[in-house]
Write a protein that binds this ligand. Sequence first.
Ligand SMILES: Cc1cc2nc3c(=O)[nH]c(=O)nc-3n(C[C@H](O)[C@H](O)[C@H](O)COP(=O)(O)OP(=O)(O)OC[C@H]3O[C@@H](n4cnc5c(N)ncnc54)[C@H](O)[C@@H]3O)c2cc1C
Length: 472
Amino acid sequence: MRNGEVSYWWQALGGFPPRRPSLPGPTEADVCIVGGGYTGLWTAYYLAGLRPGLRIVVLEAAFAGYGASGRNGGWVTAELPGSRARYARAAGGAAGVKELEAALRSTVDEVGRVCAAESIDCDFLKGGRLSVATTPSQLARMRMSLAASREWGDGDDVQGFLTRDETRSRVNVAGALGGLYAPASARIQPAALAAGVAAAAERRGVEIYEATPVSVIRPAGFGQVGAVAQTKFGDVRARSVLRCIEGYTAALPGLRRMLLPMNSHMVVTEPLSSTAWQEIGWDGCETLSDEAHAYMYAQRTADGRIALGGRGIPYRFASAVDHLGQTDQSTVAALTGVLRRLFPAAASAKIQHAWCGVLGVPRDWCASVTYSAASGMGWAGGYTGHGVAAANLAGRTLADLVTGEQSPLAALPWVGHRSRTWEPEPARWTGVHGLYALYRLADRLESDPADSRVRLGEALGRVGDVVSGIPH
Ligand SMILES: Cc1cc2nc3c(=O)[nH]c(=O)nc-3n(C[C@H](O)[C@H](O)[C@H](O)COP(=O)(O)OP(=O)(O)OC[C@H]3O[C@@H](n4cnc5c(N)ncnc54)[C@H](O)[C@@H]3O)c2cc1C
């Protein structure tokens, strides 16, 4: 089994991409984007489309798509990165939240549209999202979440309930008792999308410099316009400097407690036999998850494998990040166990690759898109694991904010959203590890309906949600 090497997705494309040059020296630009993941690349792509004359420079510490954007589960999903109630405190109220949700749904199609227009071959397939319940407790949570969604005004076009048989006729998940199906979700090959958007941005004249870590982002100084991104190769001075480094934010001075780098881990099987696929179904290639507290997410890849992810070790002390996506054996064993339990037909399939990455979690679990025309500084991120579609919408929004476009996107409730900072260490590490230990215990207690401690499991899960503030 290969471990790390950034991700299976990059290795499936033939290994790391050819390295672009580093920043040749100090320079000036109209817009400097720090970070070459989906957020930075989409922002550059749309900005260059809106204002073809701008000099747009992307500074990337490793290579475009090195971070979560080249490692994720490949769900282009319309799930809200945050809590309706918290976003509804913004000026637009509940109506603003509905607009954000509608914008996220249409973003799934926008990603598909650009992939077609720019010939980005990333296995985009809009098969919807299927969430399965495999215990009565999960089923009860699913019904509650559907009831809340109906109260909010969402119909079957947003998400609907599937019976046990309807669920299993889509994907034969062992023990499935029912499911929720949401049409606005697509499957992709994540690294192929990152590589494709980078190339599309370059075709629009964007300059991408790799192996160019930014050490400091600061205002240009008294009497000067804009901001500065400092690198060991020299400074980039620009009217606008945009921070697009999500899970890596804590490494920049002054931002240690802003976004928690949460780990997510993945495994991928070898290609399954046609007999196994006949048994499993999954012909619609829905993005798939369960309703466990420590939930799993999965996709059927275009090359006939199952790629499945979950939390594993959730966080490294003092916001440390992984080395090239290497993950630990206990997490690989746990994810393999989940895969084999849910898909007995794939039980003998070898796990070919495991890796991990970091995503950015704000203390209130709500994402932000922020720009100040006065300082020229902005950022977007904190998508809490729902960043693939959200980064496209955030990129379009940042592009509108920088150019001053009168756009409805600029009024969405995540624009200018502020979250409080995370607790200092060791409270941060203890809290996150305690939470996931609680969730795992709750899942274990819920797993056997005959066990008298099922209710205790459900209660512990609720306590975890309330204490952490994780929206459901
Ligand atoms: C394993 C995993 C599975 C996931 N699955 C899904 C999923 O299925 N669906 C979904 O919606 N979301 C998922 N996510 C979340 C999603 O991938 C991210 O939210 C999204 O990709 C964030 O994009 P980004 O561009 O903001 O950050 P990133 O993709 O992390 O990009 C940031 C870039 O900035 C660079 N960088 C960092 N520091 C600096 C610096 N100082 N100077 C210059 N460059 C720097 C990094 O090298 C990196 O390339 C997953 C995340 C992980 C880790």
